[in-house]
Write a protein that binds this ligand. Structure first.
Ligand code: FAD
Length: 363
């Protein structure tokens, strides 16, 4: 898989959207790249549930939405990859849920302007980018544990393998990179501080996907949306495919991570009870229910993320967008973006900026 001399011009750590974009652009410009991913597959926070028999996408377990009128980078990449969007289904009444002992109220709720879904889900972006990679670029199941930088280049260690290159693009969540990779020499204090201070957007959340034979709620004049003060889903939405096949709902679980971890066996039943309360008895018969707990993924979420209140991502300090170690280290994860940090738009933009920095540097 590697030799102990030079493996490539550039090593990219993390095969989420930002790492895939950086890799694609570097390969296009003739650079050789090794892309190292800790998880079993590419995509990072972009993940879908697939039908075990057909492989078809049943729904999203990570992001679902883009906002094309406000996200030119998303539009650019959708066009480039031959993908299109469709409107988030919002027709009909939403359910306002106050808990098992109160009557559910039904009324329309305004949707967000410009909110849209990618046909095939955001995983279609990942699949399209991975399909363009030449064999031998992407290596999965290889968590990087050490990065050593000197005046001759970069050496990266991952699961007993050693890779070496001229430069490294770090496309992992910043807190993960700071806390789980051994940096030699140590990262400058100001950089390490900025990395520790940057929450990873949505990393502490759990998303429930509930798949049904039909979008029965639509036939009853309901949008599939829930706003709840009771939970376990604090909000839910219709996440059916463009043609409503497959039909599905998703919701964000309001229970905190430790409560989710301690009550895994009753969470599914409580979600279904809530959906029955809001949408009637047909909600009791899903074909599948899956809860993706991102807080349990150590390559995405750190104790630092779990220890603080959730906040919307801000544009981080410039130090996160600057090359380090004379241009040998560049950061690419979505949270480093100065547009839509933490979002799909931010991941695309940060991957593009990182590739430009590598191409523009003279190491
Ligand atoms: C539940 C949820 C809902 C979301 N909803 C939306 C939405 O609706 N719209 C939107 O725009 N955004 C949304 N987001 C955010 C969006 O998913 C992210 O902005 C985007 O996927 C980030 O991509 P990335 O490549 O920058 O980082 P990541 O996807 O975090 O990729 C980082 C990669 O690095 C890998 N890695 C970590 N450590 C190592 C290591 N040591 N060695 C090698 N690899 C490593 C990880 O396994 C991962 O694959 C949501 C996220 C979640 C979790």
């Amino acid at each position: 898989m590697s030799d102990d001399r030079c493996s490539a011009d550039v090593i990219v750590i993390g095969a989420g959207l930002s790492g895939l974009v950086a890799t694609t652009l570097l390969l296009e410009q003739g650079r050789s790249v090794v892309l190292l991913e800790a998880g079993a597959g590419p995509g990072g926070r972009i993940r879908s549930l697939h039908d075990a028999a057909t492989g078809d996408v049943l729904g999203d377990l990570g992001p679902s939405w883009v906002w094309p009128p406000y996200q030119p980078v998303v539009v650019q990449w959708l066009q480039r990859l031959g993908l299109h969007t469709f409107a988030q289904f919002e027709t009909g009444n939403a359910a306002l849920d106050y808990g098992p002992s109160a009557q559910v109220q039904f009324q329309p709720l305004p949707g967000q302007h410009g909110i849209a879904r990618i046909a095939g889900g955001p995983v279609a972006l990942v699949d399209a980018l991975v399909a363009m990679l030449p064999d031998g670029v992407l290596h999965t199941g290889l968590p990087v544990t050490a990065v050593l930088v000197d005046e001759t280049g970069v050496v990266v260690e991952a699961s007993g393998y050693t890779f070496c290159a001229e430069q490294v693009v770090v496309a992992t969540p910043l807190r993960v990179a700071e806390s789980s990779i051994n940096w030699s020499p140590a990262l400058p204090d100001a950089l390490a501080h900025a990395m520790r201070a940057t929450p990873t957007w949505m990393s502490v959340h759990a998303k429930a996907l509930i798949v049904y034979p039909t979008a029965f709620w639509r036939e009853n004049g309901l949008s599939g949306r829930i706003a709840s003060q009771a939970g376990p889903l604090v909000e839910a939405h219709d996440i059916s495919a463009e043609n409503a096949d497959p039909a599905a709902l998703f919701g964000f679980v309001g229970w905190p991570h430790d409560m989710r971890a301690a009550n895994k066996d009753r969470l599914d039943a409580e979600i279904i009870a809530q959906l029955v309360r809001c949408f009637g008895e047909l909600a009791a018969r899903p074909t599948q229910i899956h809860v993706e707990d991102w807080a349990a993924n150590r390559f995405i979420c750190t104790p630092g993320d779990l220890a603080e209140p959730i906040s919307h991502p801000d544009v981080g300090p410039d130090i996160l967008r600057q090359p380090h170690a004379n241009g040998r280290i560049v950061f690419a994860v979505a949270e480093t973006s100065d547009v839509s940090p933490g979002l799909i738009e931010g991941a695309l933009a940060a991957g593009m900026r990182a590739a430009q920095q590598v191409l523009g540097s003279r190491v």
